[in-house]
Ligand binder design. Structure first.
Ligand code: ADP
Ligand code: MG
Length: 333
């Protein structure tokens, strides 16, 4: 049984925005799944739906099986128990959500006290251990948030996410607000923790290069759909969907000789989820769209061993490897 299995997940916000549309994902313990896509493609909505953290009135359909138990069918009591002990989220910019008037150690100890029935002294010493795990001295439990740097605060958030030994960690753009050096340190830290503790990780980012370095598999989202999924490096280096291709060209790897050439951006923005285009939602921006793309929606199709892409060209003679996009990019992996 998989640690997490998402089946046909749909999320529609009260105003009618179809932010997630029929997403299927699977994650095994000890594995890392990257979720990429521009801002507005539904990544955070997907993350929030996994733990039912969406605003009241939001319609959620499908299934979210965590160790085989459907989170969407749980009672609220059960959901609350699962939120720390089963799965936990490190949010985008979460380091700003630490309470400024409480010591770091007390804030880490709080979920331990709530969910693990530890004594106050036990929870405090566990907080110190957690800080050491994320590379901070245990004595920093006595610090207030303003006494820490941005990178240190993000480490504290990761320590909090680990506090109740969850089986699944969802990290939603955990390093976006940090500078590049600190970003790399935090990513290595998260990687190591996942490997040591056999938890599953979903790492969300708009930066495909970062995900390709960190994750085993990659799912690329566009307009609420997964448009490509497969082994992380393969998706990054040889995307089969034109959107994934454009995204990887926009985020060249640092040190990659190809990155000396200016990355080709993608004009325009993802569509408003309450007014989606007909057919394939990417067709208005797609450099290689066919006439039929404006009317025919594309399901995910097999695009190689353990690879899927939702493009009309996949599995046809006009595959993206022969298409103008690949030629224009001209960097063979
Ligand atoms: P991402 O994390 O990929 O940037 P989000 O999941 O935050 O994307 O947003 C997906 C879409 O859902 C966006 O168009 C956004 O405007 C919309 N959205 C997000 N939150 C809400 C909300 N609370 N109510 C209505 N629409 C929302
Ligand atoms: Mg987001």
């Amino acid at each position: 049984m998989s640690l997490l299995e998402v089946r046909d997940l749909t999320v529609t916000y009260p105003g009618g925005a179809a932010a997630v549309r029929g997403v299927d994902l699977r994650l095994e313990a000890g594995r890392k799944l990257g979720v990429a896509g521009e801002s507005g493609c539904g990544k955070s909505t997907l993350a929030l739906a996994l733990l039912r953290l969406l605003p009241a009135g939001t319609r959620i359909g499908g299934r979210v099986l965590l160790d085989g138990e459907d989170v969407l069918a749980m009672t609220w009591g059960r959901v609350r128990a699962v939120r720390w002990a089963g799965a936990s989220i490190v949010f985008q910019g979460a380091m700003h959500s630490l309470n400024p008037v409480h010591r770091i150690g007390d804030q880490i100890a709080e979920p331990i006290l709530l969910h693990r029935r530890a004594t106050p002294a036990g929870a405090r010493s566990k907080a110190g251990e957690l800080l050491e795990q994320v590379g901070l001295p245990a004595a920093r439990t006595r610090a207030y948030p303003h006494e820490l740097s941005g990178g240190q605060r993000q480490r504290v958030m990761i320590a909090m996410a680990l506090a109740c030994a969850p089986r699944l960690i969802v990290a939603d753009e955990p390093t976006t607000a940090l500078d590049v050096m600190i970003q790399a340190q935090i990513l290595r830290l998260v990687e190591r923790l996942v490997a040591d503790q056999d938890v599953g990780l979903i790492m969300i980012s708009h930066d495909l290069a970062v995900l390709a370095d960190t994750c085993d598999r990659l799912a690329v989202m566009y307009a609420g759909r997964v448009v490509e999924e497969g082994p992380a490096r393969e998706v990054y280096q040889a995307a089969r969907h034109p959107y994934a291709e454009a995204l990887s060209a926009a985020f060249p790897r640092i040190g990659d000789p190809a990155s000396r050439f200016a990355p080709r951006g993608l004009a325009g923005d993802p569509p408003d989820p309450s007014a989606l285009p007909s057919g394939c939602a990417f067709h208005p921006r797609c450099p290689v769209a066919l006439e039929s793309c404006a009317s025919e929606d594309q399901p995910l199709r097999e695009a190689g061993p353990r690879r899927w892409a939702a493009c009309v060209r996949v599995g046809r003679d006009t595959g993206p490897e022969a298409g103008p996009l690949e030629e224009a990019r001209g960097n063979t992996p």
